[in-house]
Design a binder for this molecule. Structure first.
Ligand SMILES: [Zn+2]
Length: 210
């Protein structure tokens, strides 16, 4: 059920929103097994819960960049890693958004942003908080989008954004929004915790900000 919903969502995104030139049959849109593999990898102990500013978080950054490269996603604004700094509770943090770019077939000044956050809680009292659902699931879905867009080039350009420091009060998203004030973003699909639901439902919220 959930999978069907996700497929429906993804297909409506591709047809209605991105207005792709050609949408392939549903079965070939993305690789299910790869999707699970990415969730398992990002939430494995090797990534130590991906807390902002840690080695585990940096490993996640490199993993995302390498997946983007292998899926033919280009760097946004000439680089994948967009570093920034922020202060919170008398502490300064270094953080990094990973931004990829898929050029639209009809290159215009309109952009669609598809996003998820890759940081999680890290270690607390010696225990790793792996964050499979929150939000390795959304990052894995970003790769699925990249795979689909590679097969079905979109009409409008798309930014694939993996934000850092969401768990520290949405810092990555705030920095991104601040930086791209002059960019004409017509829609954003943000994916957070999409891999499970006790009711077997996918919860979708539509916000009209204009
Ligand atoms: Zn989250």
């Amino acid at each position: 059920m959930k999978k069907q919903l996700q497929s429906i969502l993804i297909i409506s995104f591709l047809t209605a929103c991105a207005q792709t030139t050609k949408v392939e049959a549903e079965a070939t849109l993305y690789d299910d097994e790869a999707l699970m593999k990415h969730i398992k990898t990002l939430s494995s102990d090797k990534f130590e819960g991906r807390k902002t500013g840690t080695e585990g978080n940096k490993k996640a950054q490199d993993y995302i960049v390498s997946q983007f490269k292998s899926l033919n996603v280009k760097p946004f604004d000439s680089k994948f890693k967009h570093n920034f700094e922020f202060a919170r509770r008398d502490k300064t943090f270094d953080a990094t958004n990973i931004l990829g770019f898929v050029k639209g077939v009809e290159f215009s000044d309109k952009y669609i942003v598809v996003s998820a956050h890759y940081d999680h809680l890290g270690k607390q009292d010696g225990k790793i908080y792996n964050g499979a659902d929150d939000d390795a699931s959304g990052v894995a879905a970003l790769f699925a989008f990249a795979e689909m867009l590679k097969k079905n080039p979109p009409k409008h350009s798309i930014v694939l954004a993996a934000f850092d420091a969401e768990e520290l009060s949405l810092q990555g998203a705030k920095y991104f929004v601040d930086k791209i004030k002059d960019v004409n973003i017509v829609a954003n699909i943000n994916m957070d915790m999409i891999s499970r639901s006790s009711k077997n439902e996918l919860y979708v919220v539509e916000l009209n900000l204009r």
